[in-house]
Design a protein around this ligand. Structure first.
Ligand code: ADP
Ligand code: MG
Length: 620
């Protein structure tokens, strides 16, 4: 102990650190675990223009990592340089540094890795007769066999630094981190094929999904990498805001997780972890997500290179923006706009609206004695405190100032209603959702006052119109079930299913006998993805049984659709999120005849501010 202290205090001459030690110190910043090596090597492969990248791992990458690519390769005389510190082919001047578009540019990754592991590189350029391999430790060059491209092998990570090796977790954990590193690349490069092998077994494989300008390619890659569930439970994000473009997907509040493990943000194609962006996203969810829940999202931010500095961190995972506030706001609006979209709507770029209070405008003359036209009951039991306790109104502030504190739930209504209701909300005929009442009604605010929506009736109407429209286009679009739903059927049901297979197909249903007395549902209408599929099948079979001559079925079609719509519509007493309520309102606006349900009942009513004033005997 004393020796250590004495050594620390004893005067020693100043010396330049040996190169090897400099690299090892630098490696501490770049190479934390096998996944860091994977990230750097895949970066290099992509910078080399690879169209296929294969990662092979042993013991979670601790024993061995090989990354193979079909990129441009390294010329034999440059192989020793590739391993030198601050040697790079990517930038040659400060001007280039400011415009850098490659993943790497600091020229230190390979040197750092080679200082803490056994490294060899085999590479071949297009004009070379064969490949050459260099061993990093000995510097020896030998001919090797491989096609054009590069293979980099990294063995025994931290072999010489046992203290660092001790910090590594189990192989399974290190493997998971390595796969995550590849996943981060894969999400932003749908044009490149990726494969990950562990101990000779294929762990993940994503084939090239199309060009980089092809939005569908990104979506199909997201589907492959993050799963069908992620895409199904998220909305498309797409806005252009000043010098920025933001695309991707934002998860619905229901898809939020307890861990922040499905949050992918890319700035100019580079995966980043940025507090400012994370906060911007988070604030878009502030009214719809409970404290501890973590939203899921995948955002690609493109911004003029001179407005962002990527050279602030050795692993380039952090960036610095010239105007952070501008980025924060754009991210927040992009996500808010995505969440407020109707489910089947297109993408809307939100206008940057200035705050315009629509609540309680002055100048509403009192009209004492005029009974409200919206119904027999008086104030609907709509007392202010009930409004306030759980759901402070004003969830959709598109243009709120950056530092608006979250609205405390205890504020009285008048103060809680933000003065920053954006112009978009103003333009929505049915307004923006405020709350759900009695499990059956959605309350919304528009420029005229209060909108009350019967949520089941409204949704039924939307589903019905959607079904009708798709039946008009020959047949209802159907969606296969991943796992067929089976149910015990009566002989009549089985007979109807067999006799009416064509009619069922037209209705978007695939129902066929599986065994005596059991029917299997293999597909259902895409528009009815939410309801109970067995219940739906049963009532459609019952309807078809009633009209079994095919002409009658044609004529009874709309009744059958109405039955189906009723099954697909949201049930009363289901708690809707703000996002769902707003989506319902937008869907209603987009649907023909949305003001009447299939049974002829109204789906919504307007209560004007004037009527409210009258109710409260408020003279002006
Ligand atoms: P940087 O990527 O910052 O330039 P690296 O240490 O990661 O630094 O790589 C050093 C150089 O080696 C690169 O600039 C590049 O010229 C070359 N290189 C590394 N990996 C590959 C590869 N897979 N294909 C072609 N060239 C490569
Ligand atoms: Mg690199």
């Amino acid at each position: 102990m004393n020796d250590v202290l004495n050594a620390a205090h004893a005067r020693r001459p100043i010396r330049e650190l040996p190169d090897e030690l400099v690299s090892q110190i630098a490696a501490g910043e770049v190479v934390e675990r096998p996944a860091s090596v994977v990230r750097e090597l895949v970066d290099n492969a992509l910078d080399a223009g690879a169209s296929q990248v294969t990662v092979k791992l042993e013991a979670g990458g601790v024993r061995r990592i090989v990354v193979e690519d079909d990129g441009i390769g390294i010329a034999p005389d440059e192989l020793p340089l590739a391993l030198k510190r601050h040697a790079t082919s990517k930038i040659a001047s400060l001007v280039e540094l400011e415009q850098v578009s490659t993943m790497g540019f600091r020229g230190e990754a390979l040197a750092a890795i080679a200082s803490v592991a056994e490294v060899s590189i085999a590479s071949r350029t297009a004009d070379a007769a064969h490949a050459m391999r260099i061993d990093a430790r000995s510097g020896e060059l030998n001919p090797a066999a491989r096609a054009v491209g590069t293979s980099i092998e990294v063995r025994e990570l931290f072999f010489a630094t046992p203290a660092r090796r001790k910090f590594l977790k189990t192989d399974a954990t290190e493997l998971a981190h390595c796969v995550e590193a590849v996943r981060r690349h894969a999400l932003v490069r749908p044009d490149v094929g990726f494969a990950v092998w562990h101990e000779g077994k294929l762990v993940e494989q994503w084939r090239s999904a199309g060009g980089l300008d092809d939005e569908a390619a990104y979506e199909s890659r997201a589907r492959a990498v993050l799963g069908e569930d992620f895409v199904a439970a998220s909305r498309a994000v797409s806005i252009v805001a000043g010098p920025m473009r933001i695309r991707g997907r934002a998860g619905l509040p229901d898809a939020a997780r307890s861990r922040a493990d499905t949050q992918y943000v890319y700035v100019n194609g580079r995966f980043v972890r940025d507090k400012l962006i994370a906060h911007g996203v988070r604030s878009a969810y502030e009214d719809v997500l409970h404290g501890g829940r973590q939203p899921v999202y995948l955002l690609h931010i493109e911004i003029a290179p001179e407005r962002v500095d990527v050279n602030v961190h050795p692993t380039k995972i952090e960036v610095r923006f010239r105007d952070g506030r501008e980025v924060h706001q754009a991210v927040r609006r992009a996500v808010e706009a995505a969440l407020a979209l109707p489910r089947h709507g297109g993408d809307v770029a939100p206008a940057s609206a200035q705050a315009a209070p629509t609540f309680a405008p002055a100048g509403h003359a009192a009209a004492p004695g005029v009974a409200p036209t919206w119904g027999p009951q008086s104030p609907l039991g709509l007392s202010t405190p009930r409004f306030d306790v759980n759901e402070p109104p004003g969830p959709w502030r598109f243009a709120g100032p950056l530092d608006t504190p979250a609205t405390p739930a205890s504020l009285p209504l008048a103060e809680a209603a933000p003065a920053t209701i954006a112009a978009e909300a103003d333009d929505w005929p049915l307004g923006r959702a405020l709350a759900q009442l009695g499990g059956a009604y959605v309350l919304a605010e528009n420029r005229h006052g209060l909108v009350i929506v019967d949520m089941h009736a409204a949704h039924e109407r939307i589903v019905y119109e959607r079904l009708k429209a798709s039946l008009g286009a020959a047949r209802i679009e159907s969606q296969p079930l991943l796992i067929p739903a089976t149910f015990a059927a009566t002989p009549t049901e089985v007979a109807t299913a067999e006799a009416q297979a064509d009619a069922l197909a037209r209705l978007g249903l695939d129902i066929a006998p599986l065994s005596p007395g059991v029917l299997a549902i293999r597909a259902r209408p895409a528009a009815l993805a939410a309801g109970d599929v067995v219940e739906l099948a049963r009532s459609v079979l019952a309807e078809l049984g009633r009209y079994d001559a095919s002409g009658a079925i044609e004529r009874a079609q709309h009744e059958i659709l109405a039955t189906m719509a009723c099954h697909g519509a949201v049930r009363a007493n289901r708690q809707l999120t703000h996002v769902e309520m707003n989506a319902l309102l937008r869907d209603m606006e987009a649907t023909e005849r949305a003001d009447q349900c299939n049974h002829g009942r109204p789906t919504w009513r307007q209560v004007t501010l004037k009527e409210l004033d009258t109710l409260f005997l408020r003279g002006r």
